[in-house]
Every structure is written in structure tokens, then in C-alpha cells.
Design a protein. Structure first.
Length: 89
């Protein structure tokens, strides 16, 4: 049976993730409240943030930045495009 959630990001009932995206309480929170569609949007945004800010996966500060941006994007609002971002024409 499909896992349905009321997506906090999209504010609608939608198909949820198949499993938490990572272990622990934060992964469970995303699993219970974020749709596949919104998670896909976040993954694209995460890639852009990593590239625009030249973040390194092994750097603790980079991980903190991504966690903060993920929270803003999915739950809290106040997300802004990375500094220096220029949309493709």
C-alpha cells in the first residue's frame, strides 16, 4: 500500500517516501511529513546549493549548512536561492 502524507512543503495530500531518507529522528520527521514530490524538489535544490556554495560532503560546516537549508526549504519557510545564483535562460 502506498504511504500517503499531508505534505508540509506542498500543503496537500500526496504520496510519501518509501522509507526515511536517512536514519534518526530527522529522517523519520521527513518520512512522516514530506511527499516524494517535495523531496525530489529538495534534492535538486541541494545539488544547486552544493555547487553554488562549493560545499564539501566531508566538511562539518557544509553538513550544517545543508541541514539548515533543508529545514527552511521543507518546513520553516524563509528559504532563499543561493547567493550568486543566476537562473538559466
Amino acid at each position: 500500500m502506498t504511504h500517503m502524507v499531508h505534505c508540509k512543503k506542498l500543503n496537500k495530500q500526496a504520496e510519501g517516501l518509501d522509507k526515511p531518507p536517512f536514519p534518526g529522528p530527522k529522517g523519520q520527521l521527513i518520512y512522516e511529513n514530506i511527499s516524494q514530490e517535495a523531496w525530489g524538489e529538495w534534492l535538486k535544490m541541494q545539488t544547486m546549493i552544493i555547487n553554488e556554495q562549493r560545499l564539501a560532503s566531508f566538511d562539518p560546516r557544509s553538513k550544517q549548512i545543508l541541514e539548515e537549508e533543508r529545514n527552511k526549504f521543507l518546513f520553516a519557510g524563509g528559504f532563499e536561492m543561493p547567493e550568486g545564483y543566476v537562473p538559466q535562460k
